[in-house]
Design a protein around this ligand. Sequence first.
Ligand SMILES: NC(=O)c1ccc[n+]([C@@H]2O[C@H](COP(=O)([O-])OP(=O)(O)OC[C@H]3O[C@@H](n4cnc5c(N)ncnc54)[C@H](OP(=O)(O)O)[C@@H]3O)[C@@H](O)[C@H]2O)c1
Length: 280
Amino acid sequence: MRVLVTGVKGQLGYDIVRVCQEEGIEAIGVDIEEMDITDCEAVAKVIGQSGADAVIHCSAYTAVDKAEEDIDTCNKVNVEGTRNIALVCRELNIKMMYFSTDYVFDGQGEKPWQVDDAPSPINVYGQSKYLGEQEVRNLVKEHFIIRISWVFGINGNNFVKTMLRLGNERDELNVVDDQIGAPTYTYDLARLAVAMIQSDKYGTYHVTNEGDTSWYEFAKEIFFQAGVEVKVNPVSSSEFKSAAKRPSNSKMDKSRLDEAGFGRLPSWQDALKRYLVELQ
Ligand SMILES: NC(=O)c1ccc[n+]([C@@H]2O[C@H](COP(=O)([O-])OP(=O)(O)OC[C@H]3O[C@@H](n4cnc5c(N)ncnc54)[C@H](OP(=O)(O)O)[C@@H]3O)[C@@H](O)[C@H]2O)c1
């Protein structure tokens, strides 16, 4: 099998290509220099010439706060860019995998979100990712849509790296404790995604590492595992101002993975442990 992977310079795209190499699957990684996804002619040309059997689409506009002001760019990349890829996958009759987010949900209530719950995004980024999902659903029959959350990987910036940097600069940190969700290690996700793309178990899935936590608890575990001494104070979202609203309840039900016969990912604490080793 040959796959074309977008966003290879980002966190997830990097690990998808790495896992493909480990598994002996031919992967062609591209980023904006090789294929600007907002340029439909470039998208048709690059995917067409690649001879790929599938596109694993990891590139996106991911600056959640900036998106609140930069609405057009966010939509151009996440909606139009995704549509451009979906149109070519339909034309060539090849599989497409798209990554979405817990931010498609509004975060109300306590129950984990089911795959079929109605999305109701509360920020620009979440809305754009949901519209991107719809493009994929409507255009490509053989599609996978994978909603993930709180991503960390070796190649790029994320919460773990930010905490480690701040922990070395400061004695005390405030971290929000009223948003509950689950971290997702890109290497673990990539292993599952590469297994999925080789299957015909199409549809929408929720995937994260196992176990729920708050950003505050996540931060404390990062410092504990890294052996960094820093005082972490729990604060509410209202005390921690950000441009984009974030859902309080981001817990996602992953039973569709069981139904399809895919294994769950390891716990987020286990993933963090392996990630910290990888960072060294
Ligand atoms: N990060 C998270 O916490 C999170 C949570 C839930 C879902 N997701 C989703 O998971 C997927 C992977 O996320 P990630 O964290 O790996 O993202 P990332 O690290 O931000 O990587 C995205 C890549 O896409 C590139 N890109 C931006 N605009 C492009 C364009 N017009 N054409 C081609 N490439 C372009 C970016 O380049 P530049 O860096 O130059 O812009 C970057 O290399 C995305 O679909 C994201 O929405 C992420």
